[in-house]
Each structure stands twice: as C-alpha cells, then as structure tokens.
Design a protein around this ligand. Sequence first.
Ligand code: HEC
Ligand code: HEC
Length: 420
Amino acid sequence: MKQSRISGMRKIGLVILLLSPVALGCSRAEQPGFRLNEVEIAARELGPKQQQVIADVLYALFGTPDKPFVMKETGLNVDKVQLASGAVWSDAGGRQRGLYRQHCGHCHGTTGDGMGPTAAILNPYPRDYRRGLFKFKSTERAAEPTDLDLERIIRQGAAGTAMPSFDLLAGDEVAALVEYVKYLSMRGQTEVELINRISDLGEDEQLALDYDNIVGEVLVNRVVKKWQAAGENVIQPPERSEQSAEELETSIAAGRELFYGAKANCVKCHGPSELGDGQTSDFDDWTKPLVDLAKQVNDARKSIPADPDLSSADRAKQLASVNAKAAALAHDSLPPREIIPRNLRLGIYRGGRRPLDLYRRLYSGINGAPMPGVGPASKGAVGPITPEEIWNLVDYVRSLPYESISKPQKQQKFTGREQL
Ligand code: HEC
Ligand code: HEC
C-alpha cells in the first residue's frame, strides 16, 4: 500500500519538482505567463506559501501559455491545444500558430480571465472562461457547453457585442480554438477548486499533493467530468409541425399572455414595453462576487478602526488583509457593471436567432445571468411551462421587432401653422 502511494505521489510530485524552477524562475518575467486568480485568493485570504502551492500544481497540470502541458486525463487533444497556444508564427508548412494570441488574447486575456488589454472599453466585457460558465449554449443551464456550442459562438460571434465572427478561419483552426478555450476553462476551474480546498484546510493540514487527490479528485472528478457530460445535457425540443398564418397568430397571442402573466413573468425584467428596462440593477455571476468583496472591504475599513475589542496587533493584521483584498480588486478586476435585460424590440440575439436557439435560451435561461429558465428541469423554474408554451414565447419574442412601435417613427412635419 505504501508502495502505491509513493508511486502515485511520484507521478505528480516529480512533475512539480522538476518543472517548478522553470515556472518560477526568470522565464516567467520574459514570457507571457498565466496570472493567478488574485481576487479569489485575496477573498479566501491565502498567504504566499499557499499561493505557491497553487501556482506549482497548476504549472504541473497545465504548463505555460508558450509550453502548454495537456494531461491525457483531461481528454483534450494536445495537437489542437498546441496549434492555438503560444506566440504567433507560421511554421515551415505555412501553418499559422499561436491562434489564440492572434485572434482572442487581446480581449479574453492570456489566462482567459476576460481581461485582455482591449477588455476595459467593451460592454459587455469579454468572457472570463475561468469559472467554466458559458451563456449561449445548447445544454441545460448548469452544464458545460458542447464543442459544437463553442464552435458556433466562435464562427458566428455574439451579435450586438464585441465578440466577432471567425467564420473565415479554417475548420481545424476553429477546432483548435475550441480546444484551447476548454483548456483555459479547465485550468481556471481547477485553480478555483484548489483555492477553495486549501482555504478549507485546518491550520496544521496540508493539501495532499498526490496523484489521486490532485488529478483524480480535483481535476477529473470536479472539472473534466463536467465537460465530458456536456453532450448528455443537450436540450432537445419536440419537433413542431409547419404552422399556418393563423396558427402563428394564435401562438403569438398565447406567448404574449405568458410574457405578461405570473407563470413566465418575463415582463418583470424585460419591462412592459420589452425594451429591457424592467430590472436593471442586478449583476451577473462574474460580477456579484466582486461587488460583494468591494462591499466587505468598505464595511471592514469602517468597522475595524472603531472596534474597541481589537488589540492593535489584531487591528493591523485585519487591516492588512482588507488592504490585500482592495489591492487584488484594483489589480485583477474590471469595474462592475449592471447586467441589463435585452431590448427585445431590436431582434438581436447573442446566442443565435434560430427558433431552436431561442427555445433553448428560454428553456434553460442564461447561465451566469439573472435570466431564469422556464423549462421543467431548470433550476429556478417559475412554473410548469410546457414545451408548446415555450414555443409560444419564442413566437412572441420573434414577433416583437416587427410590431409597428418597434420601427422608427416617421418624423412629424411641423411648420408652426398647425397650431394656429
Ligand atoms: C474584440 C473582443 C473579442 C475578441 C477578439 C474575441 N472575443 Fe470572445 N467574447 C467577447 C465578448 C465581449 C464576449 C461576451 C459576450 C456576452 O457576454 O454577451 C465574448 C464571449 C466569448 C465566449 C463565450 C460565449 C458564451 O456562451 O458564453 C467564447 C467561448 C469566446 N468569446 C471565444 C472567443 C475566441 C475563441 C476568440 C478568438 C478566436 C474570441 N472569443 C475573440 C469579445 C471578444
Ligand atoms: C430576472 C430577470 C429576467 C427574467 C424574468 C427574464 N429575463 Fe430574459 N434576459 C434577462 C437578462 C439580464 C438578459 C441578458 C443576459 C445577457 O446578456 O447575458 C436576458 C436576455 C434575454 C433574451 C436574449 C437572448 C439572446 O440570445 O440574446 C431573450 C430572448 C429573453 N431574455 C427573453 C425572455 C423571456 C421570453 C422571458 C420570460 C420567459 C425572460 N426573458 C425572462 C433577464 C430576464
């Protein structure tokens, strides 16, 4: 038994020991490296030693942007990841390399944290892949996207946002980018899992750095399995037969009723005129923790100096931790923005405009955003809405841009005489 533990430990331990001097030495300053999730680390109050463990484990499991390491347990395709990773260059066969840095990094960031140099001026901000949360996909709300979903968003972009269409890239290039988004996502999810586990440890406990714990439990059980289950979670609406014009009218009317009624209650957020002006003060799941942490910092800065029960040493310690949180927020996040429900009169759908796309959007809601799903299996379902009723809502939503009040009004000619 001892033997098997040692061999397990050796697998991961050796990788860490052999590789970490490179990761932490001079090369990191020269090459673009992955950034640690500073906000999560500060929120969980992890010290430098614990951060080092996280950096080492991530390095052992995933390598660096220039030399990615792909464990076979991730199920990721090494060749695809390598085609997308690293610096931009063409190989001897004229094959373009470094696709992610060339096409995506300036928005989504080298680490996939959604904080590339261009990000701050965009609204919405580019996706932070590190939570494994994706919005526009064919799967149940909490499930990961399928490869096809990622391919779709890369090929088509997200209409009405800065996310461009990359439909002109070759098929194998898009496939490489899909794989790289998954690689960055898995890396970010593993990081958060490590941060949580380390912060849950007692004072004398240490994270077990053996193969079974790090690869088997953290990487495979907590992260990879979710990705591998994506295909089983695709939402398949029942087929609809061809609609006559009258049937469509009836369906739209039923959809309108649902939209304003208590069962679907779309009006609560999208507003009585469907302009998206119902509920405009909420945040998405990427932003909520930032807003909460900022509030915690502000409250603590007021309460700590005034707390008579604190010794001066404890006060200094607590203030230092609060300052670390404030510094992480300033350095590692973009200013929070409210999430605004969509203006449904424009007919611009980020997740695709086919009826099937809209059906899935309504069924599962928008993962990571306040928009709830109305499908029966969805968490936060507001009522037993049937597939037929979801189609009614789809028809109603699709009819909105064509209502006369959605169109620009003719300018009134005013000569002044009409008043006389
Ligand atoms: C000009 C900035 C920009 C570039 C370049 C860009 N993106 Fe995006 N991307 C965005 C924005 C903004 C969003 C968020 C859209 C939203 O939340 O509605 C996004 C969202 C995404 C999503 C998330 C979709 C979902 O379902 O949640 C993926 C995946 C993605 N981009 C992949 C890529 C890839 C791969 C590339 C490079 C081939 C790329 N992006 C290039 C701005 C960009
Ligand atoms: C709790 C608030 C809330 C409720 C209730 C709600 N939505 Fe939304 N909805 C949103 C938000 C916020 C967005 C934008 C999310 C984003 O861009 O990430 C959105 C986006 C959408 C979109 C755009 C999808 C796309 O691909 O761009 C549609 C269509 C939509 N909602 C329809 C509906 C319908 C129909 C209902 C009722 C069944 C509904 N919503 C209920 C908040 C809500």
